[in-house]
Design a protein around this ligand. Sequence first.
Ligand code: FES
Length: 103
Amino acid sequence: MSDNWVRVASASDVPEDGTLLVNLGAEPVCLYNLGGKIFATHDTCTHGQASLADGFIEGEEIECPLHQGKFHIATGKAVGAPCTEDIRTYAVKIENGAVLLKE
Ligand code: FES
């Protein structure tokens, strides 16, 4: 892992109160737009093979589409069963309209 910032999307591509699946190298990452602020977590649920980008945003949380486990988007904390393992989050920077993630 390096300290490089990598462009993964345009900020305008992430729908308001929605998600966008992107790739950071080989890793699938889910971007979230919460009231105009962009967050990023790993896209694969820590409970199983489900894409959080297909999940449902509820306030500050994402609900997994497979078994309805929940994570706090900003911190990655597992906050709803059956998820018990936190999900990785990524530092996000917006520059000239682009979403940059730290590798
Ligand atoms: Fe996400 Fe089971 S795969 S809650």
